[in-house]
Design a protein around this ligand. Structure first.
Ligand code: SF4
Ligand code: SF4
Length: 269
């Protein structure tokens, strides 16, 4: 629960920061790696200062996984509202669809976006990447008192997720989500399960809006370490753990032994 309060506080602070950053004169800049990729492919030029400005988020992601999505992205906070709206709709008797798509779509969009940026000479991602659109629209609103066409993209995604497919954008289509997943594939911060405490109730899987399988420890690089599964779980069955590369082999071996023991117990009962 405390984790979720901290997560919400960070997300809201991020949005407040986006609103006030145009009024602050800061000497440093932190950029999104997708902006860097779009820039390289769109302009064909390497900007060293832009490269330096993506390093903080790249390093954080390499260590902690796809935490940008779960803890920082302003759109995550807004998209997570969809689950609540869908629940209200179900309560009043309107059953929304829940269509699944291939997760690979977002990796394909990352490649197609980079290729299109190169061919067209423009940053294609800035038209489809929700956090960038959100930043732009907020600044537009502050300076011009209105929003641009990007708001239409955001509202379309919002309505699509409510009516057709829950959390579809982040799960299946976001090129940024794909990049964060790849950058955080070898993360040190993981969610681990204690099989002695877990009673297979499945509440963690129901809590996971990304449709992952924390109950069986099958989250992989898609997990954004949001910790919602931990919040729904009994104390210490699921928890955040730092697992360094040299510890991974022994953990896999322990899991395999535990599975074999469980199977033996089942067979003998
Ligand atoms: S997948 Fe994209 S929109 Fe979703 S939280 Fe991550 S960066 Fe934001
Ligand atoms: S497995 Fe847990 S931490 Fe990972 S995305 Fe799902 S709910 Fe969040």
């Amino acid at each position: 629960m405390l984790t979720q309060i901290i997560r919400r506080t960070i997300q809201v602070s991020g949005i407040v920061l986006i609103i006030f950053i145009p009024f602050l004169s800061l000497d440093f800049n932190i950029s999104d790696p997708l902006t860097f990729i779009g820039n390289i492919f769109g302009s064909g030029k390497f900007y060293f200062t832009l490269f330096v400005s993506i390093l903080p988020l790249v390093i954080i992601t390499a260590a902690l996984g796809r935490v940008y999505c779960g803890w920082i992205c302003p759109m995550n906070l807004i998209f997570e509202l969809n689950g609540k709206i869908r629940k209200i709709l179900i309560k009043i008797g309107v059953k929304p669809f829940n269509v699944s798509f291939a997760r690979l779509n977002k990796y394909a969009l990352l490649i197609v976006g980079a290729a299109l940026s190169m061919i067209l000479g423009v940053q294609v991602f800035s038209f489809i990447y929700p956090p960038i659109i959100f930043n732009r629209e907020v600044i537009h609103l502050i300076y011009f008192g209105s929003v641009g066409t990007g708001a239409v993209v955001l509202v379309t995604i919002f309505l699509f997720e409510i009516s057709i497919s829950q959390r579809a954008w982040c799960r299946y289509f976001c090129p940024g989500g794909a990049l964060w997943s790849l950058l955080g594939a070898k993360r040190v911060l993981n969610i681990t399960i204690d099989r002695e405490i877990c009673d297979d109730c499945g509440k963690c899987n129901l809590a996971c809006e990304f449709g992952l399988d924390p109950m069986r420890g099958r989250m992989g690089m898609e997990c954004d370490n949001c910790g919602k599964c931990i919040s729904k779980c009994k104390p210490d069955a699921l928890k955040y753990s730092m697992i360094f590369p040299w510890q991974k082999k022994s953990i896999i071996r322990r899991r395999r032994h535990h599975k074999e023991d469980k199977e033996l117990n089942l067979a003998s009962n």
